[in-house]
Design a protein around this ligand. Structure first.
Ligand code: NAD
Length: 268
């Protein structure tokens, strides 16, 4: 299918990412057919602004949106993941999933849907973070847990509802993968009070919130004698929207499966 005729549905249309996605989809020469959201008026949008003077259909639910779209890009809230997975599996529509903060149960629902439809899931759709994840894996493999303590610091805008960010967790998972250990076994809850000394091998997180920061992540590997820091800073959420649209175009014609941005960028 030509990308110029690609019909894209946007879940979370009224959100910060949803509004950015409308611009990215149109700039890529694709169509925004419809959208869903919980509150059309949030972010101070009028109905005319939200629907672009009626050009975008505000749908009642995911099934209606998926039926009129070749692909759905979904940046909403974790509470929608299970119902969206079921609806998209039933309609057979590819799913570009950017929502973060998923539980194990949510992730299982995504994996089940991916047996029937192409799903591109990324905690961060930027090419830069995709490379950071790969480098974090390699650094985890090269810098042993016995010598190097791995810690991840992230900072986001004050409205962000989950912590640590999905990207921070993905970086932690990449380090754990490089070290050939299970992430859940080495992930350390936020430290506070008399939390005791750091244990060898654990991966710690610090989440800072403030202002309108789009997203900053640093993974630090610190030994007794040196420190290596790998950082990424997003200046504009447009970088996530453009990556998600690239994933949407890539997903056309793909077989069912769970894919990530490394697949989209041809890095796998
Ligand atoms: P936002 O709060 O500005 O927008 C959320 C949108 O989801 C709104 O349109 C809201 O109406 C809609 N929504 C919420 N609950 C809903 C429900 N039950 N049913 C239908 N729609 C519902 O948030 P945002 O900053 O746009 O971020 C959205 C999600 O995307 C978050 O999980 C965020 O962490 C994630 N995110 C991911 C990336 C990435 O690259 N993967 C980048 C930025 C944000």
């Amino acid at each position: 299918m030509s990308s110029h005729s690609l019909r894209v549905g946007i879940a979370g249309l009224s959100g910060r990412m949803g509004q950015m996605l409308v611009r990215s989809v149109l700039d890529a020469g694709c169509r925004v057919t419809g959208g869903i959201c919980r509150d059309p008026g949030e972010n101070g949008l009028s109905m005319n602004e939200l629907t672009r003077e009626g050009a975008i259909t505000l749908c009642a639910d995911m099934t209606q949106l998926a039926t009129m779209s070749d692909v759905v890009i979904d940046f909403t809230h974790v509470s929608t993941v299970i119902p969206h997975a079921e609806a998209l599996k039933d309609t057979g529509t590819p799913w570009i999933l950017g929502t973060t903060g998923l539980s194990e149960t949510d992730q299982k629902a995504v994996a089940v849907a991916a047996q029937s439809i192409p799903v591109v899931q990324a905690a961060n759709f930027s090419a830069g973070v995709t490379l950071v994840l790969r480098l974090a894996r390699e650094m985890g493999a090269a810098l042993s847990a016995e010598r190097f303590d791995a810690e991840i610091v992230e900072m986001h805008h004050r409205q962000k509802v989950d912590a640590p960010s999905g990207t921070a967790l993905a970086i932690g998972e990449a380090v754990a993968k490089g070290r050939d250990v299970t992430f859940a076994d080495v992930r350390t809850p936020a430290r506070e009070g008399q939390c005791g000394a750091r244990k060898t091998g654990e991966i710690g997180f610090a989440a800072l919130r403030g202002g309108q920061i789009v997203g900053e992540h640093t993974v630090l590997f610190t030994s007794a004698t040196e420190q290596i820091a790998l950082s990424h800073r997003a200046f504009d959420r447009r970088v996530f929207a453009d990556g998600a649209v690239q994933a949407a175009e890539w997903s056309a014609g793909k077989t069912a499966g769970l894919y990530n941005m490394e697949d989209v960028l041809g890095l796998t």
